[in-house]
Write a protein that binds this ligand. Structure first.
Ligand code: KQY
Length: 366
């Protein structure tokens, strides 16, 4: 594996493909961390296994597990899913597995962004994060991909969505947060995204999902379903704090033009009723640096937008909410050539993210 420091993907003719483009596989990480996953992570593991199985109908899945969890992961996952021992601090493959880019010949390279647990010592979510930060490079080695060293720029995979045709969507509270790249201006951040993702237009949303502890990652509020079309997390409840937030995002999307000069078609994906964490769930979580990880009644950032687009299916969360059915139908209409599989994901949500956050696609080399 070559570590590339002197050129950028744009200079070398690489771009980040849309998630809806063909994949050669998907990466996940087995859950273990006791202040993220309640009661020994047993329920979370079951949900992760269901997600891995659903994706494996479409594409090969590799699950990384610590030495301590290797036997459990191997026993819990079917034989056709590869398990490799790799240490990490937690299980968010979207955020610290490599972002992969591709050139016209179908060659794939990885990007190793800096990772500091969503805000480092300023407002990060745990310490240390050193093992997470090593994963992109280790995974590029494992998958035999050359890797761009961009550790001097803090970015998580869940904070970007691209259409593969030159457009990237981000949220301002995340990309401009003080815990990530406070020394950089918005223009400098945009230029970095241009150079590394091979995009020409960056669309800035003013916010994400209420109480999303990632500083409001885009992958919980808005996602491309194909070039020119996005889904946006939506509520009709004017009393909900999310109402203004989703409306502000709609206004930004309606104003925007993508890299090809198109206006975006926005499909609204209604949210479930607010999901809050219970006292019993909180009691199953270890404290984080001596502080309670979650407080009973805390609202979790539940959103159906946090789905994964696999080659032949869509793997989306359900919350045991009456809206689950409508959300599934909406995504099925938007992806008529993929089968939508809905997985009960409360046990992933309690960790602070959802199905998109625990997966990272590797583009196909075609
Ligand atoms: O990408 C994500 N949504 C990850 C959030 C991690 C939270 C750690 N508890």
């Amino acid at each position: 594996m070559r570590i590339i420091k002197d050129t950028t993907p744009l200079e070398d003719g690489y771009r980040m493909p849309g998630e809806f483009e063909p994949h050669q596989g998907c990466i996940m990480i087995f859950p273990e961390r006791p202040d993220s996953w309640q009661y020994g992570a047993y329920a979370a593991r079951k949900a992760f296994v269901k997600v891995a199985e659903a994706i494996s109908f479409s594409e090969p899945v590799t699950v990384c597990a610590s030495a301590a969890q290797y036997d459990n992961a191997r026993a819990a996952l079917p034989a056709h899913i590869r398990v490799v021992e790799m240490s990490s601090n937690d299980s968010w493959a979207r955020d610290y597995a490599p972002t992969f880019v591709k050139n016209k010949e179908g060659q794939i390279r990885g990007i190793d962004w800096g990772f500091n647990a969503w805000g480092g010592l300023y407002d990060g979510l745990y310490f240390p994060w050193d093992k997470d930060n090593q994963m992109a490079r280790k995974l590029c080695d494992l998958f035999e991909k050359d890797v761009y060293d961009k550790r001097d720029f803090i970015l998580e995979g869940g904070s970007i969505h691209v259409d593969g045709e030159g457009t990237c969507i981000v949220t301002a509270p995340c990309l401009l947060s003080k815990g990530r790249n406070p020394q950089m201006s918005r223009e400098e951040i945009e230029e970095t995204l241009r150079q590394y993702l091979g995009v020409s237009v960056v669309i800035w949303l003013p916010c994400g999902i209420y109480n999303d502890e990632t500083n409001e990652h885009v992958d919980n509020i808005c996602a491309f379903v194909r070039p020119g079309e996005v889904v946006l997390a939506w509520t009709q409840d004017k009393e909900d704090v999310q109402y203004e937030m989703s409306n502000a995002c709609l206004a930004a999307l309606e104003q925007a033009r993508d890299a090809r000069g198109r206006s975006l078609k926005v499909h609204k994906l209604l949210l479930p009723a607010p999901v809050t964490v219970t006292k019993e769930e909180c009691e199953g979580l270890d404290s984080c640096d001596g502080e309670p990880t979650r407080m009973p009644g805390e609202r979790l950032a539940a959103s159906y937008v946090n789905f994964y687009i696999a080659n032949k299916n869509i793997v989306m969360p359900g919350f045991g909410d009456p809206m689950d059915k409508l959300a599934k139908e909406t995504l099925q209409e938007l992806f008529p050539h993929r089968q939508v599989i809905q997985i009960y994901a409360r046990d992933i949500l309690i960790g602070g993210g959802n199905i998109h956050c625990i997966t990272q696609q590797i583009p196909a080399n075609i």
